[in-house]
Design a protein around this ligand. Structure first.
Ligand code: HEM
Length: 213
């Protein structure tokens, strides 16, 4: 556990010139060493760490989007049993995503005392990013009860009622899944950002500002 915590803390402390991408395993072997410790920044070679969770989450969101797409095509073809299977698969991947998402952010907040990664650069793209993030987050909350109701109605074979809610649930769920992948690529691959400061870093920079005044 300490090793895991150490690996994540070190990776989160990398500067912007470093590749944060959890996809780039090759880079781990020539990774720089932390000034606080002689150990390499990324321990464990091919083993996973909690810092890999954002890419796992993106994969889970991507899988949900694919299952939703397949489920839709199948119901259009009248194959409702196959539709049921794909919708249940989408439900499983989205639930796993929620568990991994809460684990990652809980770990950042309560173990590492860090805020979530913020999108700062490039500044011109920030409003677009924030729009995507806001709509993604709000709809992710809204769709939870909708998914449960659509699922229960489908499983109980109340298909007329199921269809009424499913017509809204499907596009919103698809939007949330696709924007989940998009947010990952924007934040970690296309415009890699620095991770948020720790509570102590925040308070020391606030103290510095206060002293300067
Ligand atoms: C939350 C999960 C689900 C979502 C989002 C979903 C989505 C949809 C969508 C978009 C439609 C087409 C509605 C239309 O005609 O415009 C549909 C129809 C249908 N779904 Fe689902 N579905 C889900 C789960 C299920 C499950 C578990 C079953 C179980 C068998 C099921 C059975 C059906 C059937 C039979 C139809 C055709 C209803 C009709 O035309 O009268 N669905 N669903």
């Amino acid at each position: 556990m300490r090793r895991l915590k150490f690996a994540l803390r070190n990776r989160l402390e990398l500067g912007d010139d470093q590749d944060h991408s959890p996809f780039s395993r090759a880079r781990r072997f020539d990774a720089p060493r932390s000034p606080r410790s002689p150990l390499p920044i990324c321990t464990g070679g091919d083993s996973m760490s909690i810092a890999d969770l954002p890419s796992v989450n993106a994969c889970l969101n991507g899988a949900s989007a694919l299952f939703l797409g397949a489920g839709y095509v199948l119901i259009r073809q009248g194959r409702w049993r196959a539709h049921r299977g794909f919708m249940l698969a989408a439900f499983v991947t989205s639930t796993l995503f929620l568990v991994c998402y809460l684990t990652y952010h809980g770990y950042l907040a309560y173990v590492l005392h860090r805020g979530p990664t913020r999108f700062l650069e490039p500044a011109w793209f920030r409003p677009i990013y924030l729009f995507v993030l806001l709509t993604h987050t709000l709809l992710a909350i809204v769709i939870v009860p909708m998914i449960l109701v659509a699922l229960v109605r489908g499983l109980r074979e109340r298909f007329d009622k199921h269809r009424r809610i499913a017509r809204w649930t499907w596009p919103l769920w698809m939007y949330v899944s696709v924007t989940g992948v998009l947010i990952y690529f924007l934040l970690y691959q296309i415009f890699p950002q620095r991770s948020g400061p720790t509570v102590s870093e925040k308070s020391s920079s606030q103290a510095q500002l206060y002293r300067r005044r």
